[in-house]
Ligand binder design. Sequence first.
Ligand code: ADP
Ligand code: G6P
Length: 478
Amino acid sequence: SSEQASTSTKRNLIVISNRLPLSVKRSEDGSYISSMSSGGLVTSLSGLTKTAEFRWYGWPGMSPKESVEQDEIRRSLAPHNAIPVFLDEELAQKHYNGFSNQILWPILHYQPGVTYDEGKWEAYKKVNEIFADTIAEAAQEEDLIWVHDYHLMLLPELLRERMAKKKRQACIGFSLHTPFPPSESLKVLPVAKDILKGMLSSTLVGFHTEDYRKNFSESCEYLLNARVQDSSILYKDRLVKTGHFTVGIDPDKFNETLKKDDVQARIHDLNERYKDIKVIVGVDRLDYIKGLTQKLHGFEQFLTDYPKWQGKVVLIQVAVPSREDVKEYQELETELSCLVGKINGKFSKPEYSPIIYLHRSIPFTELTALYSIADMCLLTSSRDGMNLVAFEYIACQEQRNGVLALSEFAGASVFMADGTIQFHPANIKEMSQCIHQGLTMSKEERKERYDKLAKFVHTNTSARWGQSFVAELSKRHA
Ligand code: ADP
Ligand code: G6P
């Protein structure tokens, strides 16, 4: 229970992720500006701050050489209990853009054809070592250490080694926020075994779904000859526990924001603007795993298959800029703006454009208002760890009971099968039919589906996710 969990979190908790809740950038006048980071990892961990206290170590997004400047960044992060781990710019870029986002990210999302690069791997190892040195210095034996995501898969092993040298035991949890592929896909990576060994030095390894957990277990069995016993893995005399922990959001944050006067005013204006028009919303980082090209094709197909909807429905797509130094993301951005132009060119009238495309980050209040006024949310990932946008849309739909149309390849589809309309994101015809089904669904059916989804979102919060992981972790090291 959560009560048990909160008593067990009395031990100090150290959270480590590459991304911190705030990302720091240099503005044009040379000063540092920090902004809220986007992405599911930050959303889930920020939700946890309400019920658990922890120190959060990570890369602040940039690393000035001067110590005065580093201090400035340190000070700006301190109120968030966040502690920066500074990395040399070139090293950080090879670790983040290079190995993590160009090599690991596609493999974890089951994508073939990745080009391995020894230099990027070396940088990845080096950054994991720097994190290990920092944490080994900071952690006490009784601390609970919780490592997050694919940027730091070697950290459990490197940290355990360093703690052992200091004759300290270490209680290390690892949570992956992406899918975990079957061993056949993972094997494409020449250093797959090192990655698995790194993770296996944890005490507890957590995944978003049971399928990802199984893929990991089987990979350890096939590639490392580890012995799998139910949900535990025996490797080199250590028993490692694995589990799936359902991540979520903090729905109260959305409810509170919706009550604000300025948000209500904005909702009123947008409702006026779209009085006679149905709104479909999409919010995604601009990432190829989100299936944005397919989404646009699906919407185009829908306008072609059901021409009476032309002029009566609009797709508002927020594409949050992401990993813009990586070639694949730059190419996708060009492709998307071209496609939006093409579809709008085909269906627009002087008083109407079917797609409103926002290629930028929007304020949280605007995001909330947008979720609230939309009749439908369309999410088309080709592969996605969980997809918290699905949760957020539901959290904002108590009044309207809108429809959630979700790709069957998002982790969330496993838990939200009852309530969502699901489709194969590459099946454009099916997507078109689902859009039609969603827009014409009766009020009663919408309510029935919505109630199930809302119950799930309000039960499986980020706080509950964090508490259950930490409770399980501390149980292993009483
Ligand atoms: P991913 O982790 O792949 O980006 P998710 O759907 O799980 O996908 O999480 C995306 C998160 O990013 C959501 O919580 C969403 O609200 C958040 N987000 C989207 N736009 C912004 C923004 N402009 N600023 C901050 N967070 C954002
Ligand atoms: C996904 C990853 C996170 C990452 C987020 C945003 O959710 O699992 O680790 O933080 O995307 O991506 P970024 O590259 O900006 O950190």
